[in-house]
Design a protein around this ligand. Structure first.
Ligand code: BEZ
Ligand code: FE
Length: 283
């Protein structure tokens, strides 16, 4: 009878309940989700025990979440879902710097620093001069661009992971470009580190035979009026985890040169230009 649930007609049975006044986008997304999640159960012939395991996993994922920890985003990151959503929503014209995963360690309100300042407040690790230009697609300098940077310290931890150990705002700062569009600061050469793996996501990675590591990277959030927000990293080119980043964040164009400096204020130098796409650029 119409409306009753059957294995074959499961999707139609559920989606037929959608109200007439439901927001059209919500109706579209939910109907598609039902279609795919039912197909998943059918294709895998999901057992009752597996369903219970999945519910238990999601329950534990929710329970470990707090203001400081977002295990669901970590789950999305490690399943490649965050990078997929980012890719769909940030298709850029050729030549523009690509986006990558934002991650959980950005902190709003970092200090605005003088151009050339050192952001490594604990003085640990190998120092690196980071410099380049913020430019548009035609190579013109962008004045007034905010370059918000953050990285782990030489031991692989962000300041917010070690509030008792690291100085506040260690390895963070905002640099605002002048009329020549250049940015320049000193930081540490970042190191690879494991994402927080002491929860359900870490257990999932271990049971899938996956390591929890991210290759060494510097985070950037670059914003300027009239241009698309750029959320990106630069990656250290010789890192052992470049081709197995646990959150799939590596893109070829984001692997940056890190050169040893024989003489100078830092041991390393990394040159990278950020090319911003205009907000109104069509896909
Ligand atoms: C990060 O690079 O900070 C990060 C990104 C995704 C998950 C965990 C950490
Ligand atoms: Fe990171």
């Amino acid at each position: 009878m119409k409306g009753y649930f059957t294995e074959e007609g499961s999707v139609e049975a559920v989606n037929a309940r959608m109200g007439k006044q439901v927001d059209p986008r919500l109706a579209e997304v939910m109907a598609c989700l039902i279609k795919h999640i039912h197909a998943f159960a059918k294709e895998t012939k999901l057992t009752q025990e597996e369903w219970e395991l999945g519910i238990d996993f999601l329950t534990r994922t929710g329970r470990i979440c707090s203001d400081e920890r977002q295990e669901f985003i970590l789950l999305s990151d490690t399943l490649g879902f965050s990078m997929l959503v980012d890719a769909i929503n940030n298709r850029r014209p050729p030549g523009a710097t690509e986006n990558t995963v934002f991650g959980p360690f950005h902190v709003k309100g970092a200090p605005v620093r003088q151009m050339g300042e050192n952001i490594s407040l604990d003085g640990k690790g190998e120092s690196c001069l980071y410099e380049g230009r913020v430019i548009d697609l035609d190579g013109n300098s962008i004045e007034g661009a905010k370059v918000d940077v953050w990285s782990d310290n030489a031991e692989g931890y962000y300041d917010v992971q070690q509030p008792e150990i690291q100085p506040k705002w260690n390895n963070r700062g905002i640099f605002v470009t002048g009329s020549d569009g250049t940015y320049r600061f000193i930081g540490v050469k970042p190191v690879s580190y494991p994402i927080p793996d002491d929860g359900p996501v870490g257990q999932m990675l271990a049971s899938l035979g996956r390591h929890p590591y991210r290759p060494a990277h510097m985070h950037y959030l670059v914003t300027a009026d009239g241009y698309q927000k750029l959320v990106t990293h630069t990656f250290v080119g010789d890192d052992a985890y470049l081709d197995s980043d646990t959150v799939f964040g590596v893109k070829k164009t984001l692997v940056a040169p890190f050169q040893r400096v024989a003489q100078g204020p830092t041991q390393w130098r990394s040159l990278f230009n950020f090319v911003l796409a205009p907000t109104e650029h069509p896909e």
